[in-house]
Design a protein around this ligand. Structure first.
Ligand code: HEC
Ligand SMILES: [Cu+2]
Length: 337
């Protein structure tokens, strides 16, 4: 006996679609900048054309099925008249798709070339992006500043993201601003994005890159131009001596255990070739490793067992440190402004 899906499975469709509702500014259907908007217009255009084709074809199909179905008494009439070929129809149903493809191609090609243009350096800011398994490094070559997993940008300005991969192929995707763009090892790729309003825009790696690919998250934080300048200035100011004994002990432990992979200022602004993320001004980060809310408890949990949070990442566990040492390290890192 043939097994058939019961009809109730259709009821799961609204449930599945509910997963498409945007949370956290992560919808390409709710763009927050000019690039995302022009990409959305292309989505509407192609979806519109497809919907039109589906409706017309379905309507003709239903009409033909009903109009020419078998009726009682048909046997007596014998076989209907047999026809083959119709020049008129052939021309018509070749011309219509050609026309539809032209309507689709002209704006798609022109938008693609417009978005691909290298922006004028006077009117844009450059950010280098380096993708690592499983974190993001960001350099601001004009300001000699770098950061990781959270990239700050000014609103109303084009941002020229120039990217490279340190290891495998990753893809840089900020759904509400536009994208995506692959990062290919051994070459340089770019995407130009712009945010219209200050806010936090969630980003993700969109190319399967290993065990923790799904956790390779980042954030774009857009500021008003003044606030952006303040952020840059705060990243450039020299490191201050920790105020408490505990934080000073934390810094000592940091220099002993962590400095080989992580920089806190002084490491220069180059992210390329590093082993671990930049930790300058770490207390101002909203998250740890792009996934955990940034607080002392989560930081200690991360240090004890990074592999438990992001399987396969390149940070070793520090579970051999005592509770007191972990406290000191977290207090130190959470004092970095
Ligand atoms: C062998 C290199 C290595 C050492 C040593 C190391 N780390 Fe890491 N660390 C990494 C890597 C790689 C990551 C990125 C993990 C990921 O997200 O894929 C990371 C991530 C982090 C993060 C999250 C960074 C962010 O941008 O949110 C913190 C905090 C951190 N490490 C602290 C420490 C501390 C404190 C020590 C010393 C006790 C330490 N690490 C030692 C390699 C290292
Ligand atoms: Cu990735």
């Amino acid at each position: 006996m043939k097994r058939r899906l019961p009809a109730w499975w259709l009821l799961t469709i609204p449930g599945l679609l509910a997963g498409c509702v945007s949370r956290n500014n992560m919808s390409a259907l709710d763009p927050q900048g000019p690039v995302g908007k022009s990409q959305l217009n292309l989505i509407y255009l192609s979806t519109g054309i497809m919907t039109f084709v589906v409706i017309v074809v379905a309507a003709i199909y239903i009409y033909v099925v009903l109009r020419y179905r078998e009726r009682p008494g048909d046997e007596k009439k014998g076989i209907p008249e047999q026809v083959a070929g119709s020049k008129k129809l052939e021309i018509l149903w070749t011309a219509i798709p050609v026309l539809l493809l032209i309507i689709l191609a002209v704006p798609t090609i022109s938008t693609t070339f417009t978005l691909d243009k290298k922006p004028d350096p006077e009117e844009s800011i450059r950010v280098n992006v380096i993708g690592y398994q499983y974190w993001w490094g960001f350099e601001y070559p004009d300001h000699k500043v770098s950061t990781s997993n959270e990239v700050h940008i000014p609103v109303g300005k084009k941002v020229d993201f120039v990217m490279k991969s340190h290891d495998v192929i990753h893809a840089f995707w900020v759904p509400s601003l536009g994208g995506k763009q692959d990062l290919n090892p051994g070459r340089q790729d770019r995407i130009v994005l712009q945010a219209d309003k200050p806010g936090v825009y969630e980003g993700k790696c969109a190319e399967l890159c290993g065990a923790s690919h799904a956790l390779m998250n980042f954030r774009v934080i857009a500021h008003k131009p003044d606030d952006f300048d303040r952020w840059i200035a705060s990243q450039r100011k020299p490191d201050s001596t920790p105020k408490t004994v505990q934080a000073r002990e934390g810094r000592r432990l940091f220099n002993q255990n962590c400095i080989g992979c992580h920089a806190v200022r002084g490491g220069g602004f180059k992210v390329e070739g590093r082993t671990g993320p930049e930790l300058t001004a770490f207390s101002e980060r909203t998250r740890i490793a792009g996934i955990l809310p940034n607080n002392e408890k989560n930081l200690k949990d991360w240090l004890r067992n990074p592999q438990g949070f992001k399987p396969g990442n390149r940070m070793p566990a520090f579970d051999h440190l005592t509770e007191k040492q972990l406290d000191a390290l977290s207090v130190y890192l959470e004092s970095l402004k």
